[in-house]
Design a protein around this ligand. Sequence first.
Ligand SMILES: C[S@@+](CC[C@H](N)C(=O)[O-])C[C@H]1O[C@@H](n2cnc3c(N)ncnc32)[C@H](O)[C@@H]1O
Length: 212
Amino acid sequence: MPEKLTTTEFNKLDAYTKFPESRPGVILEIGPRMNTADAIFKDVKKKIEQGAVYVALDSKAENLRETKSEGKTNLILGDLRDLPFSDSSINEIWLINVFGLIEKKPKLDKDGKPLQRNIGGSIYPGIKDYVRELARVLKPGGKIVVGEYFTPRSHDPQILLKTNFGEYGLTAKIHLAGEDLDEYLQGLGASPAMKRFIASRMDSYFIELNSD
Ligand SMILES: C[S@@+](CC[C@H](N)C(=O)[O-])C[C@H]1O[C@@H](n2cnc3c(N)ncnc32)[C@H](O)[C@@H]1O
């Protein structure tokens, strides 16, 4: 079991004890708040019904409380740059409206020092740290789904698209609103209302990263 446990008032250890090898898998969602992936995507819901363990991780305790109010029990207070999981231990990782918080360039304060952006938990300063860490915990054959429908496309996909995912053993497929996003969301089993909402936003995109 991983040793890098961070502080939590939640039942983090419980989450680990619920990960025996015999389980069909572990689905980790970063920053779900109240909108957990299984509530949006039938594909995730089905896997949980079939026995996959759902684990939520967030850097803010108050946001984990929201996830708890949705009936989730494996809640970890932590940072996606330093995940408390062993290598190759997670089957799927979901980040919906989380990566969009990355700044392309840091904003500077009046003294010219980079300001830490502080929406949610802030994932400035660099995408590489996040991708490297996500790739580390992902099982071979696993997938990472990065979805954005709140952040303007001009802001962050540019960073994502410039990232050399191959360096981390990942292959990326991007799905943009107005292109094949609708079809991709359909494949994940998004509810019709959610699909309409996400795909109708011009800036929405999902990137799926598959481990080689
Ligand atoms: C905008 S909310 C997204 C909530 C939900 N997924 C949705 O789409 O409605 C972003 C979440 O990511 C979390 N977050 C931001 N940076 C993080 C980090 N470095 N590590 C873990 N969680 C982080 C925030 O605390 C927040 O709960």
